[in-house]
Design a protein. Structure first.
Length: 434
C-alpha cells in the first residue's frame, strides 16, 4: 500500500525538482519568515501565537453564520468530551479571543500584534487554494485613527517592495458602519431581486443570507448584473465618509498608489469602514495575496471591551508563488562552509571532535562518513557548492598541519590544527560580507 498527501495540502522540502514547485522549498519559506519578522519589529509589532483549533462558536460568532467559511469550509469535529471544536480558518478571531481572555486591554491603550501559522479550510482543490494554508497577520487594537489603517497598508506595501514583487494593485473601499450597511443591504437586495434567476447558484443563495458577497462574485454573469448595482459609498454616514477621506489622504502623503474599488466588501461579517486587498496580476483568478480592514465591533461582539481594531493577513503560498512567477531573487540555499573528509579511524575521531568545536562557534560544518571514493566526494561537494573542503589523513595528523582547499579556485591553504577554528571564523565573516 502506498501513501500520499491528502488533497489540498503539500510538503515543504529542502529541495524540489520541478521548477513550478520551487516555492515549496524550505529555505524560501525561511527567508520569507525572516523578512516578515524583521519588518514586524521595525513597525513595533509583538508576536502572539494561538492554538490551531478553537471552540466552533468563536468562528460562527465572529466571522458570521451565513459566510461560506462557516457554512461550507470549516473543519469541525466533536472531541471526546462532546465539545464542538474547529481548526482555525483564519487568525483574527483567535487573537481577539486571547486578547479578551488574558485581559490584555489593561496593559496599554494600543496593542500591535502579529502572528503566523497554518489555517484550514475545506475548499475545492484548485490553483492557489489549499486546505491547509499559511498566513501572516497583524492586528492593531485600541485606537480608531485612520493613520493606523494606512500604517497597515504601508506595512504590506513595504513588505512587497522588499521582496521585489511588482505588478501589484492596492484596492481600498469603505463599507461604513452597521447602520449604513443595513440601508445599503436593503437597496442592493431591491436591485438584485428582479435579476435573481440570472444570478449564479451561489449568489442566489446569498441573496437572502449575505447579499454583499454577491459583489465579490467571480461569475461573469454576476459581475454583469452587479455592474450597475447601487454603490456602497453612496450610503455612508458622515463619520465613515470622513474616515475614508482621511485614509486616502494619508496614503497619498506616503505616496502609496491605490485604487478605490466600490465592489470590494470582504467576506467576513466583522469588518467595518476601511477594507483593502492587494492583488497580483500574475496569479490567475485567485490573485489576492493580502487583505484586511477595520473591525471596530468584533471585541465587543465577543463579550470583550469596546475597543476599535484594524488588521490584515497575507497568504504565504501566494506570495512565494508570485515571487517565483516574477523571478524575484532569494538568498542562496544554506550549505556547510566546510566539509571534512577523514581517511581512517584516527582521522575520523579528530574530525568528529573538530566538528563539535566548529558548530559551537556557529560555523556550519560537516564530516563525510560515506567512505566513498575521494573523487566522488569532491564531486558531491562541488555540486552542493560547499566553499571549503579539508582532507584529513595520517600525514596531516602527524604534522598537525591541515590543507584547506578552496573549491572555487582549486587552491589549497595550509592551516595549523589549533588554528582551524579561528581560520574558519574569518572565512565565515568574509563570506557574510561578500
Amino acid at each position: 500500500m502506498s501513501y500520499s498527501t491528502p488533497k489540498g495540502v503539500f510538503d515543504i522540502l529542502p529541495t524540489e525538482e520541478k521548477p513550478e514547485n520551487k516555492w515549496k522549498e524550505s529555505h524560501r519559506w525561511d527567508y520569507l519568515f525572516e523578512q516578515l519578522k524583521e519588518l514586524s519589529k521595525a513597525y513595533g509589532f509583538e508576536e502572539i501565537s494561538t492554538p490551531i483549533f478553537e471552540k466552533s462558536e468563536l468562528f460562527s460568532r465572529s466571522i458570521g453564520k451565513e459566510t461560506d467559511i462557516v457554512n461550507k469550509e470549516m473543519y469541525t469535529f466533536e472531541d471526546k468530551g462532546g465539545r464542538s471544536l474547529s481548526l482555525r480558518p483564519e487568525g483574527t478571531a483567535p487573537v481577539m479571543r486571547a486578547f479578551i481572555e488574558k485581559q490584555m486591554a489593561q496593559a496599554s491603550y494600543c496593542h500591535k500584534l502579529f502572528y503566523t501559522g497554518p489555517m484550514f479550510r475545506y475548499e475545492r482543490q484548485q490553483a492557489g487554494r489549499y486546505r491547509q494554508f499559511y498566513q501572516f497577520g497583524a492586528e492593531i487594537v485600541g485606537l480608531p485613527s485612520p493613520q493606523l489603517d494606512v500604517e497597515l497598508i504601508d506595512f504590506v506595501y513595504t513588505l512587497f517592495q522588499r521582496l521585489g514583487l511588482q505588478n501589484l494593485t492596492i484596492h481600498i473601499n469603505s463599507i461604513g458602519n452597521k447602520e449604513c450597511r443595513a440601508a445599503y443591504r436593503k437597496a442592493l437586495v431591491e436591485y438584485l431581486t428582479p435579476h435573481k434567476n440570472s444570478l449564479s447558484e451561489d449568489s442566489q443563495s446569498r441573496l437572502e443570507k449575505n447579499p454583499l458577497r454577491i459583489l465579490d462574485s467571480k461569475s461573469p454573469a454576476d459581475q454583469k448584473i452587479t455592474a450597475n448595482a447601487p454603490i456602497l459609498t453612496d450610503y455612508l454616514e458622515e463619520s465613515s465618509k470622513q474616515h475614508f477621506e482621511e485614509v486616502k489622504k494619508w496614503l497619498r502623503i506616503l505616496k502609496i498608489p491605490f485604487v478605490v474599488s466600490d465592489k470590494l466588501v470582504r467576506g467576513l461579517d466583522y469588518y467595518n469602514r476601511t477594507v483593502f486587498e492587494v492583488v497580483s496580476g500574475d496569479l490567475g483568478a485567485h490573485n489576492t495575496i493580502a487583505a484586511g480592514g477595520r473591525y471596530d465591533y468584533l471585541l465587543k461582539d465577543l463579550n470583550g471591551p469596546d475597543l476599535p481594531a484594524v488588521g490584515f493577513a497575507v497568504g504565504l503560498e501566494r506570495i512565494l508563488q508570485a515571487m517565483d512567477t516574477q523571478k524575484c531573487s532569494f538568498p542562496h540555499k544554506p550549505v556547510p562552509l566546510l566539509l571534512m573528509i577523514p581517511l581512517g579511524e584516527p582521522a575520523t575521531q579528530v574530525c568528529f571532535q573538530l566538528l563539535k568545536e566548529l558548530r559551537l562557534h556557529n560555523i556550519p560544518s560537516e564530516v563525510d562518513y560515506s567512505e566513498k571514493k575521494l573523487k566522488n566526494i569532491m564531486r558531491y561537494a562541488d555540486k552542493k557548492s560547499i566553499p571549503y573542503v579539508m582532507i584529513v589523513g595520517e600525514e596531516e595528523l602527524e604534522e598537525e598541519n591541515l590543507k584547506l582547499k578552496h573549491m572555487s579556485t582549486g587552491e589549497t591553504e595550509p592551516v595549523k590544527l589549533d588554528q582551524l577554528i579561528l581560520t574558519m571564523k574569518n572565512k565565515l565573516h568574509d563570506a557574510k560580507l561578500s
